[in-house]
Design a protein around this ligand. Sequence first.
Ligand SMILES: O=C(O)CCC(=O)C(=O)O
Length: 235
Amino acid sequence: MKLLLTLVRRIHKPHPCRFPRCLSSGAGSSGPADSGLLPLRDEELIVGSSRQLVQRLGAQVEVRADFISEEEEGALMQELEPGLRKKRYEFDHWDDAIHGYRETERVKWGAACEEVLSRVRSVAFGEGSPLLGPVHVLDLDKAGYIKPHIDSVKFCGSTIAGLSLLSDSIMRLVKEGAPSEWLDLLLPRRSLYILRDQARYDFTHEILKDEESVFHGLRVPRQRRISVICRNLPV
Ligand SMILES: O=C(O)CCC(=O)C(=O)O
């Protein structure tokens, strides 16, 4: 089953490079393992079309750098890689919300990974919030990207929380029907992002292509990236 296609409502819009700063190629970084990202504080990982928008969305959008350790990333990869390796990246379908990916979902995890996931759940979801049982795992090829979409309200609740493994990346949020309102989130490798409420319902989200990955003038090379995504259920 194509999990992501079930979970998303596609927004059929091409994705023009709307911002002049996308055209600049900033100082390069040398790759995910030795990310060239400056040591940015968490609040510096989000920029937007206006300071008011960044403030208004405030607690509905979070990025927490270094949420997991290198060892924990290794433990997650060790569990995920054998299953992922058996699948092929899918590039072909022009209408897919996502290009260059393979995916899986997982209910049972080893102890080290379960510990990480319960940390994610405890920071992202309110106590008693009913969670979607399986955790969604998305493996994006270096050439892969996720087009603008809003997750289906039929299957997913108010909160999406994702860990980023193997690569830095940029997530872009654009207000549906008001494309001049946008946020860019720099998702460093091993960070956690959380989208809630309006940020989840009223803004599309996407993961930029490698060649479009520029954050605040800083080129952020995208490598193969794996996201481990927890969601709650609609109420
Ligand atoms: O890979 C990610 O972190 C984002 C995934 C996504 O857009 C989704 O599952 O709706």
